[in-house]
Design a protein around this ligand. Structure first.
Ligand code: EPU
Length: 465
């Protein structure tokens, strides 16, 4: 069980490269299971989420060669060894549930997948996935297994194209439907689909694989049953969450960071908010440079939304930035009902944050008449104090790293398996920018004098991978 030791208070300066997107490559690997053709991916991030997904694909029968140093991964699944995803993958991430969509058209056997996991940031049901797949002809049952439940799915009469109206543009449900539609007879129409850049990347991959697929301006996707499959070579898009996280580390520490490989288009709504808070950026040929250019201006309003809105996964480090901006700012979370739990720790570090159950904003929000704390008001600027922290989920984890980088003394952060899932070589990248950050083993007490309470908490934190 490792721990990060961070001594903050230094401006971050320099150049780092953003990796390939976690939320693209994991889905692309699952999509490769649709056919028996080889897929070669470039720009593959060296993160634990890819390890877990590769392990999952190998379990199903994939042959995978992954050159981590080069970021190149080859995968081919000539024959399915099994369509049973073991319970040990339960709770690991959001990927097992997508196995239903990718395998339904490849086997007559039952596809058995454990319940979906991922960060605990709300209930995260899979009802949209299941009803879309059922509409395409799948029969899906939930059964209790030894420890926890699993979904049993089959399409004994084959899949048949249909019109799917998603109640909300869910990323996962759109992906699952897209995958199943590849083998569904005729044409499938997905209305109110998610169109996140990572989904666009999946669509590009599917087109190269041999699928006829198109998108209309109103977020309707048309998919025709594939007649033939081809080998695919594909460059994974840049991780726009990592890019924004590194950008915010540069700006909030009053530094200047060039994030190589950051693409402009997927960052539009993020960059607009930087304009509003008086943070600097320059879009260059090879990426985007982010910098502090004077006092940060609060008094702004951020509402998270589906693409092309402000991403829910940018929200957490952006809130840390807003603690350093002068004035009261409002953040309204409209994607997840429970994504502000992490602010309690920021408050203990000195942030002035008040949560509200009301919608502090005008965007349509599914949580309007519920009792969820899904809006906050941040009053800045407040200095942050160092603290010993246990990470509760991936994006909160980066927010804590950022808060620790702003606090002048030493913070210890545990629960690093969350960060490992989605941030490639985080310590190396931040060190390159001049951060005083080290990763030490919690058993190596001589390296890091830990708070006794933290020791106890670390002991209690289990690695769910
Ligand atoms: N939802 C339902 N029913 C469903 C599916 C979703 O009610 O069947 C709700 C969810 O509970 C949530 C909202 O719809 O409130 C959005 O969920 P969505 O399906 O869009 O999210 P996801 O596919 O589970 C992916 C990313 C998340 C990212 C969201 C939104 C992956 C592996 N995860 O999750 O990324 O926040 O889309 O963009 O792609 C992260 O990387 O840290 C992360 C949480």
């Amino acid at each position: 069980m490792d721990i990060l030791k961070i001594k903050g208070g230094k401006p971050l300066e320099g150049k780092v490269k953003a990796a390939g997107a976690k939320n693209a490559i994991t889905k692309l690997l699952v999509a490769s299971l649709l056919s028996d053709k080889k897929a070669v991916f470039h720009n593959v991030p060296d993160i634990a989420e890819v390890d877990v997904t590769v392990e999952l694909c190998r379990e199903i029968g994939s042959h995978v060669q992954w050159n981590r140093a080069e970021g190149i991964l080859e995968i081919v699944t000539k024959d399915l060894k099994t369509s049973y995803v073991p319970q040990r993958f339960s709770g690991s991430n959001r990927i097992p549930i997508l196995m239903i969509g990718s395998l339904l058209g490849r086997t007559d056997e039952d596809i058995i997948v454990p319940t979906a996991g991922g960060c605990k940031i709300g209930k995260r049901p899979v009802d949209f996935h299941l009803s879309a797949l059922e509409k395409l002809g799948a029969q899906i049952e939930y059964r209790e297994m030894k420890k926890e439940g699993a979904y049993f799915a089959r399409a004994h009469h084959g899949l048949k194209g249909a019109i799917i109206d998603l109640p909300f543009p869910s990323v996962g449900a759109t992906e699952n439907t897209l995958l199943a539609a590849v083998h569904a007879k005729g044409k499938t129409v997905i209305r109110n689909a998610a169109i996140e850049p990572e989904i666009m990347d999946l669509i590009l991959f599917l087109q190269k694989l041999g699928v006829r697929i198109g998108i209309e301006a109103d977020r309707t996707i048309h998919v025709y049953q594939a007649q033939q499959f081809y080998e695919v070579e594909h460059i994974v898009i840049t991780d726009r969450i990592e890019a924004a996280s590194l950008a915010l580390a540069g700006i909030s520490t009053k530094g200047r960071v060039f994030v190589e490989s950051t693409q402009h288009l997927p960052m539009i709504s993020f960059l607009n908010k930087l304009h509003e808070v008086n943070a600097g950026f320059e879009v260059k040929k090879e990426g985007i440079e982010f910098f502090y250019k004077g006092p940060l201006r609060g008094g702004i309003h951020v509402e998270t939304d589906v693409h092309p809105g402000f991403m829910t996964d940018w929200q957490q480090p952006f809130v840390v930035l807003l603690t350093q901006a002068n004035g009261a700012s409002v953040v309204h979370e409209t994607v997840y009902e429970n994504r502000f739990g992490y602010t309690e720790t920021l408050k203990l570090m000195g942030a002035d944050i008040e949560p509200f159950t009301q919608c502090l904003g005008n965007k349509p929000c599914r949580f309007a008449s519920h009792n969820f704390l899904h809006s906050i008001v941040i009053k800045g600027a407040t200095p942050l104090m160092s603290k010993d922290i246990v990470i509760p989920d991936l994006r909160a984890g980066f927010a804590y790293v950022l808060a620790a980088l702003l606090a002048p003394d030493i913070s210890h952060i545990s629960g690093l398996h969350f960060l490992d899932r989605g941030y490639e070589h985080l310590v190396e990248k931040l060190s390159l920018l001049g951060a005083d950050i080290t990763r030490v083993s919690s058993s190596n007490k001589s390296d890091t004098p830990l708070h006794p309470l933290l020791d106890a908490l670390v002991g209690a934190t289990t690695n769910r991978k």
